[in-house]
Design a protein around this ligand. Sequence first.
Ligand code: ZN
Ligand code: ZN
Ligand code: ZN
Length: 348
Amino acid sequence: MLDLTQHPHRRFNLLNGSWVLVSPHRTQRPWQGQVERAAPEAQPEYDPGCYLCPGNPRAGGVRNPPYTSTFVFDNDFAALLPTTPAEPWSRAGLLIAAGEPGICRVCCFSPRHDLTVARMSVADLKLVVDVWAEQHAELRSHAGIQHVQIFENRGAMMGCSNPHPHCQIWASSSIPPEVSAEVHQQEAWRSGHGSCLLCDYLALERESGERLICENESFVALVPFWAVWPFELMLVSKRHLAGMDEFDDTERLRLADILKRVTTRYDNLFAAPFPYTMGFHQRPADGAAHPEWHFHAHYYPPLLRSATIRKFMVGFEMLCMPQRDITAENAAARLRAMPEIHYLESGA
Ligand SMILES: [Zn+2]
Ligand SMILES: [Zn+2]
Ligand SMILES: [Zn+2]
């Protein structure tokens, strides 16, 4: 009898159609690899050298306004440019490319250099959600834009050099492969079962409870059955919503609430600022209705066993498939046990 708590096995990611190898028997193996230095804790409220702080100069001599809540601007080093010709390109059918026009913006969550999502108030985070909804609605209406990706890279370990709380918004003229795979999988489920993949999945997870972390009236945080990263997490809306443009005001507030709660749990896990890449997956902006699409967010954090020990995707994982030792159920149990008062505010 296959025992998912003992035997090496692979799990299928129904949302993107990939597999992950799980090796639960290896969790006690000793670590002799790289040790990452924990990021220094104390940041000033204002950093004169930060290109995101209010009133400071950015690249090319532009100066930030003295903003007092959120602030959005076009990325000075944009990966996508609106003026690119949207033309296919190929040589002998072997070399294939396509021009990718697009728009890249940066969104500062707060004028405070030292804050993080976990340490902002729910009321202030609600203003950030409002800006995301606004940006998403505006960018998806641009001619030629097919997808809008809002994402946050947090921490030096994730390649984010600036601790100022901010995210990026990339609007592209094609549907990126990861999103396209999720469209395909959700469509396949819908045509095969006549229901929504994530509505059905969420119902199953809420029934078992073993991978749930926390919830409010509108959102559930869970470690997906098929998680790759040790403490990977997904936020799923309870209502079948395709994007933030379908949220009512209360749902925006509850999204702010759950964002604060999961990032607080993350920071508390190793009593250190927890690095991650997170992003919202909303229905593509290609003009189709996408009845199959269910709003969710992914958190991909690299940490494994402490604030300094990270997971690497190497070897078998680069060549074959990702692998994990700690099971999704164990990770969920640990995150579920975390308090929702931030360790820096608990006086401990
Ligand atoms: Zn700053
Ligand atoms: Zn659904
Ligand atoms: Zn997704």
